[in-house]
Design a protein around this ligand. Structure first.
Ligand SMILES: Nc1ncnc2c1ncn2[C@@H]1O[C@H](COP(=O)(O)OP(=O)(O)OP(=O)(O)O)[C@@H](O)[C@H]1O
Length: 260
């Protein structure tokens, strides 16, 4: 199988601080990964490299067969969908929800004179409907609840039909019902063989949707463990990752952690 992401000995230094060190990580076609780790572990930084938005200080990062430093990232980025708090903040609050999704086609954050044809418009509406946002297309983005915005962001990230989808804390700030709704939708997404390879960052094992196949645990910029979820998401690994004694249980394809 072709690797969608191939990081070899990747390190990243900023302001003299090593944010990532010696990361070797392969993500293959068909896989769905969760990246777990405490605050400041380097999860967002790692996702920025996977999205072609940051270059490693050393090591090689090959994304969709293209090695950073040897590829025009402006050609690579449309092949990658990304949701993050930063994308949310850059989207105009007065933009129509449909436009917030459509503008992804041109890598734009606001609608600016581009002409979209009916195919694009109906794709945007279909994606919004798939993520439970049917009927919201003409609302303005700023009037949505945070849960609704998260779902619009995912629809937007999928607009370009990406080969790699990166979701940075998509459930952050959601209430219990909102989180459960999103986890269910992400489980459906994971089960769909047509869905792109997906990497989801979270702090909470409770947010791992059933059907996500692999987990990478990060601590202080380094990998604690990586591999298939059932084998890797152990109490021992999770305790090492969060530096506290934790128990992990699973039920119905979901995972739950608690301190001991
Ligand atoms: N430009 C920078 N210069 C120096 N340090 C930075 C820079 N950007 C990020 N950091 C630091 O790098 C570390 C990793 O940050 P990152 O946002 O990747 O962590 P994270 O695991 O996503 O954290 P969180 O769960 O809190 O979002 C943090 O300690 C952060 O303060």
């Amino acid at each position: 199988m072709t690797d969608v992401l191939d990081l070899v000995d990747v390190s990243l230094v900023r302001d003299g601080k090593k944010l990532l060190s010696a990361i070797t990580w392969r993500v293959a076609e068909g896989e769905r990964w969760v990246v777990v780790g405490p605050n400041g572990a380097g999860k967002t930084t790692l996702l920025q490299i996977a999205g072609g938005n940051l270059h490693p200080s050393s090591g090689t990062a090959t994304i969709l067969g293209e090695t950073l430093g040897r590829v025009d990232v402006f050609e690579l980025r449309p092949r990658i969908g990304l949701t993050s708090a930063a994308v949310d903040q850059r989207l105009g609050r007065t933009a129509r929800v449909r436009d917030a999704v459509l503008t992804a086609s041109y890598g734009q954050l606001g609608r600016w004179r581009e002409k979209y044809d009916n195919v694009d418009t109906s794709r945007a509406d279909d994606l919004l409907a798939w993520w439970g946002m049917e009927g919201f297309s003409d609302r303005t983005y700023g009037t949505l609840s945070s849960g609704e915005r998260k779902r619009v962001l995912i629809a937007r990230a999928l607009m370009t039909d990406p080969e790699l989808l990166l979701l940075d804390e998509p459930a952050a700030g959601l209430d219990l019902a909102g989180r459960e709704d999103l986890v269910r939708r992400l489980a459906n997404h994971a089960a769909d063989p047509n869905s792109p390879v997906t990497i989801l960052v979270t702090h909470h094992v409770e947010e791992i949707p059933p059907g996500f196949t692999h987990v990478l645990m990060l601590r202080q910029g380094g990998i604690v463990a990586a591999g298939p979820v059932p084998l890797t998401l152990t109490a021992e690994n999770l305790s090492a990752c969060f530096n506290m004694q934790l128990a992990v249980e699973s039920a119905g394809g979901r995972y739950y952690a608690r301190g001991l």
